[in-house]
Design a protein around this ligand. Sequence first.
Ligand code: PEP
Ligand code: MG
Length: 594
Amino acid sequence: MSQTLDGFPAAEGIAWGRVRRIPWGAPDVPHEVVPAEAVEDEVARFADARVAARTRLEALKARTEERLGPVEARIFDPQILMLEDVTVVGGTERYIRETRLTAARAFEWRMLELKAQWTRTANPMVLDRLNDLEDLEVRILRQLLGETDPFDWSSHHGDGDVVVVAKNLTPSLIAQFDPSEVAALATDQGTRTSHWAILARSQGIPAVVGLGDVSRQVRDGQEVIVDGRIGRVVLDPDDRDRRVFEERRTRIRQWEEEVEEVARLESVTADGQPVALRANLDLPVEAANARRHGAEGVGLFRTEFLVVGRNAMPGEEEQYEAYRQVAEAFDGDSVCIRLFDLGGDKFPSFLHLPPQQNPFLGWRAVRVLLDEPELFRVQLRAVLRATAHGDVRIMVPLVNDVEEVQSVRSLLEEEEDRLREEGIRFNRGYKLGVMVETPAAALDAAELARHADFFSIGTNDLVQYTLAVDRTNARLARLFNPFHPSVVRQLHSVSRVARAAGIEVSVCGEMAATALGAFLCLGLDITALSVAWPALPELKKVLREVRIEDARQAARKALAAATSNDVLEALAEGIGDTVDLSAYVGRWNLSLRG
Ligand code: PEP
Ligand code: MG
């Protein structure tokens, strides 16, 4: 019998393959003491192991730079820097000298200490660095113990159907994979914003994260389906699963083949309503693919990639280059740069954040930016300079009230003055928008509309904050329901407010990438959607087959619905046969009466 596991979608695409587990864990290290005269030899062996690790990491970095680009390759910097870190190196050498432990054992002890310290922060961004630290630990210990890489991809010649299953992954493992060999990834832990997930996305490798204990449930060679669009993994798929998979894969392949053709098609409903379909980007390198998939601009350019895993804030030039690269790739179409959304599940360690009990309810996004104006001004200058290269818009994350928007605007005005004094070009007519992603912002939208040039509804957070369901908690995945009536009502009222104020409203959360979610948005007169770029062709095809009048009627019913199931049912009925509803049935327990 097949078994379905639901986690979180981390990279689009669907694949059928055979499991290959990665036992990427630290090896057992024997407890050994060396004679006093051998102590300095151990210190030297530790130095040699670091050199070997550095050489390997530099090679992976170079390969990533070649494949993806310089910004993406920086993902290896934290590990390379850790190799020189005094807390790592000095601490290990001290153990070797003071206790005469072997280099391997001393290093293992030091790692245990550091990991314990870091884990106490319970901060996801630091936990991401912990992931880097563990990667380094495995690398150095294996070197010291004379073991080979347990997963030397270069020696593996599969037939492209390998589904890598692991507790968690690391950027350096992803960089080691050959995308023509690896069909998909599935992990117990991790989030969409983990470094490795960002890398997987940019290489088009489907991935599902947060599956609990999938790595313990599977065996090597076991057949498995990974659906990175809906965050589902099916073990030992049966005939029915196979049929569903074949249909979906065939459809996706057709879209892939037709990508260029579909990209050229007008994005308009069957009854003539134009819909702006834009892309969400996590990395600049994705811009080219987003264009190829028909994106009419970028509705959400997340900028945290510049900060994740770094030891210091990126400078103005580096930021400017990244923003300019995307602006130029979309020449003419709007590119909406979201200011740093740090905190929540993404926190750079250099900000020295005190532990927070509830990171998502804590010091996050605009709150951090306004408390750290010096850090923030660098980004504002870089974005302002990028406005000279296209229709670059600026978007503020996690806004709760008008004062926050006013504060950002006055900082922007100060930076504009400085740029003018320095004779540096920027576009004075740029738009400043607000992300509506808290119930406070949704309820106060009328006030905010007086201070914002546009709204972008971030349903990922809006759902989390409305329903009090942590978006990263796999156990609650079924409760994370964007079709909950309370969410539908907020979408409706924000849309109405925006229209009354004459400003654009779009949705940039994941729900917009689902057929029923997009249909709902349309029915609520939200006609600009921004989604992960691989979803664009499918979405455009769906939108071209539906009628806005049907969507409006379905939305009216959805607004009157008492339960999420009623909302889904109203939408399913309205959209008709256009869409395969199986994904909704399992995920949100949709029970279709008709
Ligand atoms: C959202 O919250 O819906 C959103 C698009 O932003 P992020 O997922 O980056 O928080
Ligand atoms: Mg958000």
